[in-house]
Design a protein around this ligand. Structure first.
Ligand code: HEC
Length: 103
């Protein structure tokens, strides 16, 4: 009986953390599909394209790069324009999404 309660509360705890995560991954996925995938692809950019792959990269690296493009401490005409319209949440969601993908 005690064990069942412990298990139930563990499961509930897990369910609630993973639903927060799932929401941000879902939002990141939508952004990636609508915007980023046009150049970066989802798993891989197209072979000849000069676009760096994002899938499976470190989430913190991706977040830092996007913030640098947004505040223009990292220069790229394309990425400065794209990152300029991303909120902190967008950056965090899309970085979380790409980082969790297997390349
Ligand atoms: C129109 C094409 C295009 C789109 C759309 C685009 N990117 Fe990029 N992205 C580029 C190019 C080109 C570079 C390389 C820029 C450079 O030299 O710094 C780049 C670089 C990056 C980098 C740096 C990678 C590294 O290895 O340092 C990240 C992170 C990134 N993009 C994320 C995104 C995200 C997230 C989105 C969607 C919100 C997005 N990009 C949409 C063209 C694009």
């Amino acid at each position: 009986m005690k064990l069942t309660l412990v298990t139930a509360s563990l499961l509930l705890g897990l369910a609630s953390t993973s639903s927060v995560n799932a929401a941000s991954i879902y939002a990141g996925q939508a952004k990636a599909a609508a915007v980023c995938s046009q150049c970066h692809g989802i798993k891989n950019p197209s072979a000849e394209a000069p676009f760096p792959p994002l899938a499976g990269r470190d989430a913190d690296y991706l977040k830092t790069a996007l913030k640098q493009y947004r505040d223009k401490t990292r220069q790229s005409d394309i990425m400065n324009a794209i990152a300029g319209s991303l909120s902190d949440d967008d950056i965090s969601n899309v970085a979380t999404y790409y980082a969790r993908l297997k390349p």
